[in-house]
Design a protein around this ligand. Structure first.
Ligand code: SF4
Length: 324
């Protein structure tokens, strides 16, 4: 089955500001096929904010940051979920939808933060700090979540830390997120040494250069950036919070200190705002393409599985977060 010409035209209308006409024919065939496959297989596509615009705006059913995807994954009425994002996100979707088939189009779509820590590391932290609760960022494997008391995202980390009512918490694995949250709370935060390879590359000097080159620019930073970068920014927040900020404040010119595709996706929603785009790509997010989403649906690959005992314990940590 193929989508009608008018649907294809309206899809291109949506992305024409960020995809040149010459590139569109390279996408339209896969988009047609994916839209048809979704109907045939009763499938939905969940896409993270860092996915490219032809995925985010043309084939995704649910879009957002990690928290939004985790929440909305629980409400989908479909047999198959394709996660256009990285592996830990697909695992989280599977945790919350154990009866559904969850597919990740490329098994190599990992994450430097998720890879920075193992379940054994978490057990060692517990031995070192007995009785201190463990808050784990969702950018971790199911095995690491299973060793944790509760999960958090960059959007809710402060609320989660303060919900525990303890003077100290262990917050894993993002050192910069932990240090950024520590500036906002009296709770003592014990951090790990994990970093996001995309956000750790931004520097305060980058921001100063941007302000010089683009006077009056509003700078928004993701809390996975080093604290010195966050301190130089006008606002820090999760991808959802940055997107909300642009919608509410409508700055004349803005720069998002985060992954490149995020600016493209938000720019489409706000044509009146001028986006300056310093580009730090996430190589893991960019492994997901229309071609491998299509192949995932055609060939039912790669099915995400989690050991049942690990899944039960990891699910509890995610559900505790969702209840806060
Ligand atoms: S942007 Fe950073 S945190 Fe997100 S998937 Fe890529 S490496 Fe991991």
């Amino acid at each position: 089955m193929s989508i009608s010409l008018s649907t294809a035209a309206s899809l291109y209308d949506r992305v024409r500001r960020v995809i040149p006409p010459i590139e569109w024919p390279a996408f339209s065939d896969d988009i047609d096929a994916i839209l048809a496959l979704k109907r045939e297989r009763n499938a939905v596509i969940l896409a993270h904010n860092y996915q490219t615009p032809e995925i985010f705006h043309c084939v995704a059913d649910i879009v957002g940051d990690s928290l939004a995807l985790a929440r909305k994954a629980m409400t989908v009425d479909a047999q198959v979920i394709v996660l256009a994002g990285v592996h830990f996100m697909a695992e989280t979707a599977k945790l919350l939808n154990p009866g559904k088939t969850v597919l990740i189009p490329d098994l190599g779509a990992g994450c430097s933060l998720a890879d920075s820590i193992t379940a054994a590391d978490v057990r060692l932290m517990r031995q070192r700090y007995p009785g201190v609760p463990v808050v784990t960022y969702v950018n971790t494997s199911a095995a690491v979540k299973a060793e944790s008391d509760i999960c958090c995202t960059s959007g809710n980390a402060l609320a989660i830390v303060e919900s525990l009512g303890t003077p100290r918490v262990i917050m894993l694995p993002d050192e910069y997120l932990a240090r950024n949250i520590a500036t906002q709370t009296k709770v003592e935060i014990i951090a790990w040494k994990g970093h996001c390879e995309v956000h750790e590359r931004f520097t305060p000097a980058d921001i100063r250069e941007l302000r010089e080159a683009h006077p009056g620019v509003t700078v928004l930073a993701h809390p996975e950036c080093p604290p010195e970068v966050v301190a130089e920014a006008d606002f820090a927040g999760s991808t959802a919070a940055m997107s909300d900020y642009v919608g509410r404040h409508k700055p004349a010119r803005v720069v998002l200190m985060t992954e490149c595709s995020m600016s493209d996706n938000v720019a489409i929603e706000h044509p009146e705002v001028d986006f300056v785009r310093p580009c730090n790509l996430c190589p893991h997010m960019k492994r997901i393409t229309l071609a491998n989403i299509r192949a995932a649906l055609e060939e039912n690959r790669h099915v995400v599985t989690i050991d049942p005992d690990v899944a039960d314990r990891a699910r509890r940590a995610v559900e505790r977060m969702l209840a806060v």
